[in-house]
Design a protein around this ligand. Structure first.
Ligand code: BGC
Length: 756
């Protein structure tokens, strides 16, 4: 083929000349150095420019005039990367423009938001986190990488590792929840799933750690809002997951929209240069978020786009996503002496190295393989994996009188609710290439599982009315109870009711913060109407954030949190409802009783007035308990687990020593099940006040009926220490408490001392 001959020739030329010119360093360094020696400053700046395809946009629409010349710009080597081009054919065509026309034929990097699957949808990330199963998180990312890489993509904008404490913020669905330890290990698992051990292998893509940093701390949970965060919280809560993935070899980082201490994060040199590229030794590159350079000026941090660009490149933002700040201004800024050319070289070197690692200089089209795309995308195997991950992501919140699991011999079952027959809502919000209405609905899943049961279906009410998609504001159904009578009739005619309620998937995600996190529209009225005639109600919740459901929690005998469970949602929910899978998920975000408690999180500090004083002058609400409705780490099983008294192997340790905790856990119920044994610590008297509890370890064990296991945990300096507000890691001597148990509240305590 003409193209391949041409390419092989270009590659050979480049490789042989670099071998001649530079004998030192790795092959990769030699190649990149040689290529850079041939590049003009404008060509280098072109590599730092990322543009969107016009087919799909995930931010404010780009100005038309600027986009008309996109093809010409690609041909002129002025576009180093594109987002939102996807599919083997489209990426092939776009790549051809760069490789066959630009002077040096440097391939582009194709990126896309593959947040919880490419075409086969997996549960939303917050759901997957509830599995507390790193193998499941890795599997989900692996399948997504397999599908994405067969469709021409090299790079995914995931995982998001923003530690989120505020359920109002719509993007909590994209993260791992409120805990930095879980966000660290889960994000590392996701990165391993995406990137594998070698980026040049088929089935792997470059990952992107985002959003650097503190984006989840936007005031009052409103997306893109101001962030005012102290350095103590920054170092101990926000940064650990980013450090963990940087150390585990993530290829790229994305910065964030928000302010940190008065300056936009994209202009923060301390974070991007000193910490990330300095102390943490990150050798990949940093991409801006969509418009996060341009928005520096809107924040009031620069007088115009040019100055915003200057601040961002100097601070370490290597690639410009849809800001149009670098391409027009960087050369001028270099000539004016405001930006050192060495910084541009550093950014370009980082970008070219990732292209090299991905194997793009060997074959720029290797990812755009139509045959592989047909074979690998949305196949049976991937859907089976999605079902497996989905059933492990569900959290049993309540199960009075063991209403669940429902016997498969049940004669009649009512399936009610606005979400019961939805084939779309389970797909979630960041749904990449998912086909609209392609999920297995709950009704379908139940019908598949119970072919002999009389299923009485009624929608009951609408959750939303009118248009619903990724870009529009939703309108909720309200005061339309015309469907209630059919629902009541179905409930009356059935032994058990499964009621599917919750959120529309487009209620969460980017740009979808909410001030009221109760169930919208007529859903609670529907619950009450059905409850009146049949008390055997299993509530199946579908939602993307913790919701405030105190009334449901009080009345409904059984509640199963299923989140947005992906392509196989209905089948996976049925697996749990009818006992083919015993639920093992645990919440990674506290569920508040009401929105007024937000942000609510388990690892809070003790106040000076934490205990009731018998009068009003203590830290509390006068209209609600302080505690959450369901705490962090909470989740039931169909079986019962018993914990022995935990034992420590020592009463005191030196700072360089570790301590071992053992606890015996047995399955005292009637079904095989999995338990997540959680270990928290507290340093109750520290130089800088420490949280009342911090998760430091956990193990998920599977126990047959009657089986027991002694589980051991080792804690050492890295677990017992913390960061000062200046980012210095400290371990202080004194008493430490360890709490072990089934959730963050239900624990047993043991103590020991750390000696100097
Ligand atoms: C989001 C990022 C996303 C990017 C590209 C932005 O609006 O904040 O998370 O990766 O768009 O779609």
């Amino acid at each position: 083929m003409r193209i391949y001959t041409y390419l092989a020739f270009v590659c050979l030329l480049l490789l042989s000349s670099c071998a001649k010119q530079n004998d030192s360093g790795s092959k990769e360094d030699q190649f990149v150095n040689d290529l850079m020696a041939k590049m003009t400053l404008q060509e280098k700046i072109g590599q730092m420019n990322q543009r969107t395809s016009q087919w799909e946009m995930t931010g404010p629409a780009p100005d038309k005039e600027n986009t008309q010349n996109l093809q010409e710009e690609i041909k002129n080597g002025r576009v180093g990367s594109m987002l939102n081009v996807k599919g083997a054919k489209a990426t092939y065509e776009a790549q051809k423009l760069a490789v066959e026309n630009s002077r040096l034929g440097i391939p582009m990097l194709f990126a896309y938001d593959v947040i919880h699957g490419y075409k086969t949808m997996f549960p939303i990330p917050l759901a997957e986190a509830s599995s507390w199963d790193t193998d499941m998180l890795k599997l989900s990312a692996q399948v997504a990488a397999k599908e994405a890489s067969a469709s021409g993509l090299h790079w995914v904008f995931a995982p998001m590792m923003d530690v989120g404490r505020d359920a109002r913020w719509g993007r909590v669905m994209e993260g791992c929840g409120e805990d930095p330890y879980l966000a660290s290990i889960f994000s590392v698992a996701r990165v391993r799933g995406f990137q594998g051990a070698d980026l040049s292998k088929d089935y792997t893509v470059a990952a992107c750690a985002k959003h650097f940093a503190a984006y989840a701390f936007s005031e009052s949970g409103r997306d893109y809002n101001t962030v005012d965060i102290g350095t103590y919280t920054l170092h101990n809560i926000v940064l650990p997951p980013f450090k963990a993935v940087a150390e585990s070899g993530v290829a790229t980082f994305m910065n964030s929209f928000n302010l940190i201490n008065g300056s936009p994060a994209s202009t923060n040199a301390y974070l991007q240069r000193d910490l990330l590229k300095g102390d943490w030794g990150f050798d990949g590159f940093v991409v801006s978020d969509w418009g996060s350079i341009e928005e520096v000026a809107y924040h009031g941090g620069a007088k115009d786009l040019k100055q915003a660009g200057e601040l961002c490149i100097n601070a370490g933002s290597d690639m410009d996503m849809e800001n149009d700040a670098y391409l027009p201004y960087l050369e001028e800024l270099v000539n004016e002496g405001k930006v050192a050319e060495s910084l541009i070289d550093d950014a370009v070197r980082r970008i070219l190295k990732i292209k090299y690692k991905l194997g793009l200089f060997d074959d720029p089209y290797r990812y755009s393989n139509i045959e592989r795309e047909k074979e690998l995308v949305y196949n049976k195997e991937n859907r089976a994996a999605a079902r497996e991950v989905a059933k492990r992501s569900m959290v049993l919140l309540k199960n009075e009188n063991q209403l669940l699991p429902i016997s498969k011999n049940v004669k009649s079952l009512a399936v009610i609710g606005p979400l019961a027959d939805s084939k779309d809502i389970p797909l979630g919000s960041w749904r990449a290439q998912a086909i609209t209405n392609s999920a297995v609905s709950l009704l379908e899943g139940i019908t598949n599982a119970l072919p002999k049961t009389k299923i009485n279906y009624a929608k009951g009410c609408d959750l939303t009315i009118g248009e619903r998609n990724f870009r529009v504001e939703l309108t909720y159904g309200k005061n339309n109870q015309s469907g209630f009578s059919k629902a009541i009739k179905a409930a009356k005619q059935s032994e058990v009711v499964v009621l599917a309620i919750g959120e529309d998937c487009f209620q969460t995600g980017e740009g979808r913060s909410q001030t009221d996190i109760r169930l919208k529209g007529d859903q609670m009225a529907l619950f009450n109407a059905v409850y009146k005639v049949n008390k055997n109600i299993v509530v199946v919740l579908m939602n993307g954030r913790p919701v405030a459901i105190p009334e449901l929690a009080e009345k409904a005998p059984a509640i199963l949190e299923t989140w947005f469970a992906g392509s196989e949602a209905g089948n996976a929910i049925a697996d749990v409802l009818f006992g083919d899978y015993n639920p093992s998920g645990k919440l990674t975000m506290s569920f508040p009783r009401n929105v007024g408690q937000c942000p609510i999180y388990y690892n809070h500090m003790s106040t000076g007035r934490s205990l009731s004083s018998g009068n009003v002058f203590w830290s509390h609400y006068t209209d609600s308990p302080n505690t959450p409705l369901y705490p962090f780490g909470y989740g039931l099983s169909y079986t019962k687990f018993k914990y022995s008294t935990p034992i420590l192997n020592k009463t005191s340790i030196g700072k360089a020593e570790s301590i071992e905790l053992s606890v015996n856990v047995s399955n005292a119920g009637n079904l095989e099940g999995e338990e997540v044994i959680q270990v928290y610590i507290q340093d109750p008297a520290a130089k800088y006040v420490r949280p009342v509890k911090e998760l430091k370890a956990y193990k998920k064990v599977k126990l047959a009926v009657g089986e027991q296991q002694t589980v051991k945990f080792e804690l050492s300096k890295k677990d017992l220490g913390y960061y000062s507000p200046d980012g210095e890691f400290l371990l202080e001597s004194g008493t430490f408490h360890i709490f072990v148990g089934t959730d963050s509240q239900n624990v047993q305590k043991v103590s020991f001392t750390v000696k100097d």
